[in-house]
Design a protein around this ligand. Structure first.
Ligand SMILES: [Ca+2]
Ligand SMILES: [Ca+2]
Length: 351
């Protein structure tokens, strides 16, 4: 006997409620900066974060060590101190964190950060472009050994200091060719030569005013000004039409937050899929979702009992419908024949 599906947002857990199936992370990687883009390392690559010379301290994936624990992968970077490759605490990206930050409306970067070892860190973003090199004037101060925490740093010209500037910060922001994350006591392009290890996850491109993330734009489109100020009406976990579908899932599943049950609920079925032992029958979840989720994180979760949720569900099929939506089918890992009951649900979280 299969229990009913849960189609609900996960309990609000603050900024740590983040993890993403590999499929989504791939689709969000563009070769130029985009508002809402996120590096979550769920595809278990370094997502183009690198050192110039290969060395033991270069950026690398640490599996199952992200803020969400098992199933959440993160990125480690370290340094040895002294001189040479890997001596300084810094990493660069010349792919998706390049291009016109002004046009994209990206004014801040947020990320999860864990300080693993070494002295206290002063984490900064540095940018290189036609105006030369700039680093953030303010730094995120992280004490030695601090566990996962969520941080946001302003990268507007007001918070950038030239560290090899030949022009203005605006010139660089309009055509960035390299972005760095580093730790340095003072604004720097290279990072300090210290012995340190830091872990990063969910590196996210944020806008402040003007351009919005897709979810913020959706809120503006669907709610009045006074409602936007009221989290109990327009917040991600509110359900103003009382249909049991919270706003976050109305957004994801293309519903109308002010009209009950216009979102098409995920369909739970029992179906045969290719498992480890050939064709087997599994609890299966199929849903059609918005393609551009921005900073909203979706997870298909499975459990033997409610509460014991894991993110191990297997993506069976994903097809773009050509209209801005994708239909996905996910299956459980445990065949129906091997369990008395199983649960599957769709969970969405908001940074
Ligand atoms: Ca991750
Ligand atoms: Ca609703």
């Amino acid at each position: 006997m299969m229990d009913k599906p849960t189609c609900s947002p996960s309990t609000p857990r603050g900024p740590l409620a983040l993890a993403l199936p590999a499929l989504l992370s791939v689709s969000l990687v563009a070769q130029a900066i985009e508002l809402g883009q996120i590096d979550d390392f769920q595809d278990q690559t370094t997502m183009n974060w690198a050192h110039g010379i290969a060395n033991a301290h270069a950026p690398r994936v640490v599996a199952d060590q992200g803020p969400e624990g098992t199933g959440d992968h993160a990125l480690a970077v370290s340094s040895s101190g002294g001189f040479g490759a890997g001596s300084m605490i810094v990493m660069f990206n010349r792919s998706q964190w390049t291009g016109d930050f002004l046009e994209a409306g990206v004014t801040a970067i947020s990320f999860h950060l864990r300080h693993v070892s070494g002295p206290n860190a002063s984490v900064r973003v540095a940018l290189q472009g036609p105006g030369g090199r700039f680093a953030t004037t303010s730094a995120i101060q992280v004490d030695s050994g601090t566990g996962w925490d969520h941080h946001t740093i302003d990268i507007t010209p007001e918070n950038l200091t030239g560290v090899g500037a030949t022009g203005t910060a605006e010139q660089t922001l309009a055509a960035v060719n390299e972005m760095r994350l580093l730790s340095a006591t003072n604004p720097s392009w290279t990072g300090d030569p210290v012995e340190m290890e830091l872990h990063f996850d969910n590196i996210l491109a944020l806008g402040k005013n003007g351009e919005q993330t897709p979810f913020e734009q959706w809120r503006i489109d669907n709610f009045e000004e006074d409602e936007l100020q009221n989290e109990a009406v327009s917040g991600p976990f509110a359900d103003p039409d009382g249909d049991g579908v919270a706003n976050l899932l109305e957004f994801v599943l293309l519903g109308d937050p002010n009209t009950p049950t216009t979102a098409t609920p995920p369909l739970v079925s029992v179906a045969t899929h290719e498992g480890q032992n050939g064709g087997e029958t599994f609890l299966t979840l199929t849903f059609t979702r918005r393609e551009e989720l921005g900073d909203i994180v979706l997870q298909v979760q499975i459990a033997p009992e409610p509460g014991a949720w894991s993110n191990d569900a297997v993506l069976v099929e994903s097809a773009s419908n050509g209209n801005g939506t994708i239909t996905e089918t996910w299956r459980d890992t445990t065949p129906v024949a091997s369990a008395q009951r199983r649960f599957i649900r769709l969970s969405a979280s908001h940074p």
